[in-house]
Design a protein around this ligand. Sequence first.
Ligand code: GLU
Length: 285
Amino acid sequence: MARAPVVTRFAPSPTGFLHLGHAHSALFAHRLARAAGGRFLVRIEDIDATRCRPEFTDAILEDLAWLGLDWDGPVRIQSEHMREYADAIASLEARGLLYPCFCTRAAIAREIAAIGNAPHGADGPLYPGTCRTIPPAEREARRAAGEPHALRLDMAAALRAVPGPLAFEEVGDGLVTADPGPLFGDVVLARKDTPASYHLCVTHDDAAQGVTLVTRGEDLKPATHLHRLLQALMGWPVPRWQHHRLIAGPDGRRLAKRDRAATLRSLREAGHSPAAVRALAGFPD
Ligand code: GLU
């Protein structure tokens, strides 16, 4: 069967300036697309209004252009598509796959401490399922009263709703069986403060933008198990994935946005050329 044309994307969150780790990620996606005669897209993941700032979006696009990257089509800005995420949430909810969770972080932490040996997933201890058993009438009354709540995926119900087992293709590794239950449990798909979540939006948008090869840091590899489940639930097309290594700082630690010396801005101000920065990011010309 002929393979779909390669479409990759770089999807930063505008919570700070791009650093060498982002440059590696962007170049990785760009080179794979261009080598295959495919398309390279840029998406700004800015649903978290408390942490994202428009001036970082402008800086990101300027830095990418300075680095020598060109992208195809308009940049997709997630905050302009909240209606689409709400529709996806509504569809999952209509099928009984989500439930409202009224717990505060502190209440969840107490509950987990009380369990003692609570199971751990990809992002820490799994939610103990406290709100899953609230009777429907009470749920609705609390929602109608405006009590703040997130929406969680009922993982067991979701797994029953898809033909299992699911698998995804990791380039280089072949087919990997998706096992999101132990990694994410009843994960939040719509947050209290934002009626969406990273997992929902990223999976929605990769489908909406026709991304065929998802490239990103290997720290996000576990999330792929959940994304594959969401694709199955929503009937979205299934891309391939190619996770890449994370660039380390001089001290061997993973780079974070707080490592100012490694930002593309500071490297540029220190007199590095785009080619020199591409080389530092692991992609010598
Ligand atoms: N927005 C995410 C980040 O900046 C990347 C999402 C992805 O590539 O799946 O870490």
